[in-house]
Design a protein around this ligand. Structure first.
Ligand SMILES: [Zn+2]
Length: 259
């Protein structure tokens, strides 16, 4: 998928003649053959995502985009959420956009009686969702999908406090540059420690926060942040100084919060 979109991207910029090989992202894309066709810089950032590929059009035209400011939520009885995650060996990848941990089959959530399989989790710096206009230090996204291709993403906000031991294990294994996945068998990750104890949450329907920005996501963002240390934030920021999309409009959607 990444390679296909890279080829499309290259065709777009080389075919039109308006852009030459001096276009910096394109040069980088050709040089590394990695998925650097979009990013958070001026030349490839969120304001341009919708134009970078015909596949990314909804990033610009969509009316149900994420992230959003979590304010003015309506109290509601939300569907019951059950987490079933196992401790497992760390499979870590710097994909050029974020630090991602790939997870094995068998980790899942049940939401309102429906099963969704955990695919991976990853981090944003600063947080993508804001609460009353305020962003947090970081945010973790646990990405789940069911057999119909519908996504549920759990968002855990991170505020400054005591060091998180699981995040520490992950940061110590963080590749400084983009590359393939590494398995580190001796490092076991208990993902539950990256989630708050209190399951009270905001919920709304939105999108992936990265291209192709598909509007297939039921978002559950926990109200209680977890704590990380300032040093942990700084360590992540050395590799990912800014990988958060700007806030999107709520438009005609309902934002709900736990009663
Ligand atoms: Zn994310």
């Amino acid at each position: 998928m990444q390679r296909r979109s890279l080829l499309k991207y290259m065709a777009m910029f080389t075919g039109g003649g308006a852009y030459s090989l001096s276009f910096p992202s394109l040069r980088a894309a050709i040089a590394s053959e990695s998925n650097v066709e979009w990013g958070y810089e001026e030349e490839n950032g969120p304001a341009l995502w919708g134009e970078l590929s015909p596949d990314f059009g909804v990033c610009q035209a969509g009316q149900q985009q994420s992230p959003i400011d979590l304010e003015g939520a309506l109290p509601a009885k939300l569907p019951e959420l059950r987490l079933s995650y196992q401790e497992e060996a760390l499979r870590i990848v710097n994909n050029g956009h974020t630090l991602q941990i790939n997870t094995s089959p068998g980790n899942r959530i049940t939401l309102g009686g429906q099963d969704f399989e955990l695919l991976q989790f990853h981090f944003h710096h600063p947080s993508e969702h804001a609460v009353n206009g305020q962003r947090y230090l970081m945010e973790t996204h646990f990405v789940h999908r069911n057999e119909h291709g519908e996504f549920v993403v759990l968002g855990a906000l991170m505020q400054e406090g005591t060091k998180n031991e699981v995040l520490q294990l992950i940061l110590e294994s963080m590749p400084a540059i983009a590359g393939p996945e590494h398995t580190i068998a001796e490092v076991k990750v208990n993902m539950l420690q990256l989630l708050p104890e209190d399951q009270s949450a905001y919920q709304y329907f939105g999108s992936l926060t990265t291209p192709p920005c598909s509007e297939l996501v039921r978002w559950i963002v926990f109200q209680q942040p977890i704590e990380i240390s300032k040093e942990q934030e700084e360590q992540f920021a050395k590799v990912f100084p800014w990988n958060a999309r700007p806030l999107q409009l709520l438009n005609r959607r309902f934002l709900l919060e736990s009663l």
